[in-house]
Design a protein around this ligand. Structure first.
Ligand code: MRU
Length: 347
C-alpha cells in the first residue's frame, strides 16, 4: 500500500466557491497575495495569456472551471456559446498540452448532448474529476520520483512545477516536497528562469512557505548552470508537452540544463502526468512553441533594460531531445528509454 500524504499550501493557486472562480495572481508573487475573480470569459483569457495563472496542468484545470462557470451563467444557446468559449480558450497558450486535454474532453460532451441540463451536469462532473485527478497524479508522480532521489540530494530545477503550476503538490517540485517529507535532505538549486522569473518569484516562494525545512533552496541566475551542474546529483524538470518519442517541450532554458547534464554525466529527469503526453505528436519538432512579446525581455515593470527598438526572440519553451532525458516520471510509473517504444505502452 502506498503511503498517504497530505501537503497543504497556505495559498491555494485557485478556488471555486459558490459558483465563483478566484485565481491567485501569480504575476504579483512574491510581493503580494492577491486573488482575482473570474467573472467572464475575457477575464480568464487575460489571466492565462498574462500568466496570472500558469503551469501546464493548472492551466488545464482552471480552463475547465472557467467552462463550468460559464455553463452556469449562460442563459441562451448554451451549446453554441460554450463551443465558442472553448475555441477562444484554445488560442490562449499553444504549447501546454493539458489545456487541450481538458478542452477536447469538454467539447466532446457538449457536441454529443443537446439537453442543456445534462450538458451542465456532465461538465461539472468532468471538471471536478479533472481537478481531483491532477491532485492524485501529482502524488503518484511524487511517490515514483522519490525512488530516484538519494537520501542527501543536490537537485537542479527550472521554472515552477509545484502547487502553483498544478493545483496539486506539483510534478518535479512535488517530488522534492515528497522526498523532504520522507526526511531526505535536499539542496534545491533554482534557475531564476528569465524572462518571467518563475523560478525566482514562485519556486522560492513555494519552498519557503512549505512545511519542509529540510529543503534548502538556492537561487541562481540561468547563466550559472554550467558552474552548478558539476556539483548537483541530478536535474529534475516539468513538461508542457511531450511527444511520443519522449522529446519534451518545457520552459525555455530546460534544454541547456539537459545538454549540460549530459556533459557532466548527471541524470536528467522529466516529471509530468500522462495528460501532458501528446498521442498525436510523434516528434518534438511537431510541437508548437509559443512566442511571446519582446517587452518581457527588455522591460521589468516599467523600466527598460534594453533599447526599445532592439529586435528580440522570445520563445517561451524549448524542446529537449529524447536522447538527453534519463527517464520520464509519470503517475503510471517511471519510463526509461527507448521512449518511442515505452511511452506509447503506458498511454
Ligand atoms: O510559462 P509557464 O510558467 O506556464 O511555464 C511552465 C513550465 O514550463 C512548467 O515547467 C510546466 O508547465 C510544467 S508545470 C508542472
Amino acid at each position: 500500500m502506498r503511503e498517504k500524504i497530505n501537503i497543504k499550501f497556505p495559498y491555494p493557486a485557485f478556488y471555486f466557491k459558490n459558483n465563483s472562480l478566484f485565481l491567485l495572481d501569480q504575476t504579483k508573487l512574491p510581493r503580494k497575495i492577491v486573488y482575482i475573480e473570474i467573472k467572464e470569459l475575457k477575464d480568464l483569457i487575460k489571466a492565462i495569456k498574462e500568466l496570472k495563472v500558469r503551469g501546464a496542468p493548472l492551466i488545464g484545470v482552471v480552463a475547465g472551471y472557467g467552462i463550468y462557470l460559464l455553463s452556469q451563467k449562460i442563459k441562451d444557446n448554451l451549446k453554441e456559446n460554450l463551443l465558442l468559449s472553448i475555441s477562444q480558450l484554445r488560442n490562449t497558450r499553444p504549447t501546454a498540452k493539458n489545456l487541450f486535454y481538458v478542452l477536447d474532453s469538454l467539447e466532446e460532451i457538449i457536441r454529443k448532448e443537446d439537453n442543456p441540463k445534462i450538458i451542465k451536469k456532465e461538465i461539472k462532473r468532468k471538471v471536478l474529476y479533472f481537478h481531483k485527478k491532477e491532485i492524485v497524479n501529482c502524488l503518484k508522480i511524487a511517490q515514483y520520483g522519490d525512488k530516484l532521489i538519494p537520501q542527501k540530494a543536490k537537485i537542479l530545477t527550472i521554472c515552477n512545477t509545484g502547487h502553483l503550476a498544478t493545483g496539486g503538490i506539483g510534478t518535479a517540485l512535488g517530488i522534492i516536497f515528497y522526498s523532504a517529507k520522507r526526511r531526505k535532505e535536499i539542496i534545491c538549486y533554482i534557475c531564476e528562469t528569465r524572462p518571467l522569473l518563475q523560478g525566482a518569484r514562485l519556486t522560492t516562494f513555494e519552498i519557503l512557505n512549505s512545511p519542509f525545512q529540510s529543503i534548502k533552496p538556492i537561487l541562481i541566475t540561468d547563466n550559472m548552470v554550467g558552474v552548478v551542474m558539476k556539483d548537483v546529483d541530478l536535474v529534475l524538470v516539468g513538461a508542457d508537452r511531450v511527444a511520443l518519442n519522449g522529446d519534451t517541450a518545457n520552459k525555455i532554458g530546460t534544454k541547456t540544463l539537459a545538454i549540460c547534464a549530459q556533459y557532466y554525466k548527471k541524470p536528467f529527469y522529466v516529471a509530468c502526468p500522462t495528460s501532458t503526453i501528446d498521442k498525436n505528436i510523434k516528434i518534438g519538432k511537431e510541437i508548437i512553441i509559443e512566442e511571446r512579446k519582446k517587452e518581457e525581455i527588455i522591460k521589468i515593470n516599467n523600466y527598460y533594460l534594453a533599447p526599445k527598438k532592439i529586435e528580440c526572440y522570445n520563445p517561451a519553451f524549448d524542446i529537449t531531445e529524447n536522447r538527453l532525458i534519463s527517464a520520464i516520471i509519470t503517475e503510471k510509473g517511471i519510463i526509461y528509454p527507448p521512449f518511442y517504444k515505452n511511452l506509447p505502452k503506458i498511454l
